[in-house]
Design a protein around this ligand. Structure first.
Ligand code: ADP
Ligand code: 5GP
Length: 218
């Protein structure tokens, strides 16, 4: 946690003045990845409800807003030039191209929430997870798998968010993403999202166990 945890206990009153009463040393970064339509958002919102003090990181994206999206809740929808500026000013903890559009995590906001002892949830792709793990090895990364390819395809359709072409593109990409995730060493845990309640419970149990584990620098 060297990127966002003070390396010494504060002694001088001035050093504590920026801190809030809720500050704790329990900050943890939780990465949730998985193919489009597998149930990441549903699981993320379930984990958020189950664990007090957890917050969802709202990414910036250049993709178009759909009818289902709420600005500032699901994403910050930005123009290409605005995204360029975020990258140039080092405002993003990580960013990646996904389905031809750019998505990135707000660095300062995440660092601030971690300082406050929050569980900060990032719903990001494999490339983004790789970048975060390289910078913050203490991050806990979960990859969500579908029970089968057929079920994944059906869930993409059920969401009624994209047209048939986009659904087929996202489905084709899913195979590649699952293979990359399985080969690498990024993910600490793989969860199969068959029964939703069980999948959320598995994630919550793993996160709580991880938070109780002593970490370097504490
Ligand atoms: P993602 O964020 O990974 O793209 P969503 O959370 O949007 O996926 O879920 C895709 C669709 O699948 C949604 O319609 C959601 O309600 C449904 N879904 C999620 N988890 C389950 C599950 N365990 N069983 C059945 N349907 C599910
Ligand atoms: P969607 O367009 O379905 O909302 O998101 C597509 C994919 O982009 C998601 O499956 C998610 O993994 C990824 N994604 C969303 N936000 C970010 C982000 O900030 N960074 C990265 N690297 N990927 C993201």
């Amino acid at each position: 946690m060297s990127d966002h945890t003070p390396d010494h206990a504060p002694h001088h009153p001035d050093e504590t003045s920026h801190k809030l009463p809720t500050d704790t040393a329990d900050g943890l970064l939780l990465i949730i990845s998985g193919p489009s339509g597998v149930g990441k958002t549903t699981i993320t919102r379930g984990v958020e409800r189950s664990i007090a003090g957890s917050v969802f990181s709202v990414s910036a994206t250049t993709r178009a807003r759909t009818e289902a999206d709420v600005e500032g809740v699901d994403y910050h929808f930005v123009a290409d030039a605005e995204f360029d500026a975020l990258v140039a000013q080092d405002e993003l903890l990580e960013w990646a191209n996904v389905f031809g559009k750019r998505y990135g995590t707000p660095r300062k906001w995440v660092e601030e929430q971690l300082r406050r002892g929050r569980l900060v949830i990032l719903e990001i792709d494999v490339e983004g997870a790789r970048q975060v793990k390289a910078k913050m090895p203490d991050a806990f990364a979960i990859f969500v798998l579908p029970p089968s390819e057929e079920v994944l395809f059906q869930r993409l359709r059920d969401r009624k968010r994209e047209g048939e072409d986009a659904i087929h593109r996202r489905f084709a990409e899913a195979r590649r993403e699952i293979a990359t995730a399985r080969q690498g060493t990024i993910y600490d845990l793989f969860i199969t999202n068959d029964d939703l309640k069980r999948a959320i419970a598995e994630a919550v149990t793993a996160v709580e166990a991880r938070r109780q584990r002593p970490r370097v620098g504490r």
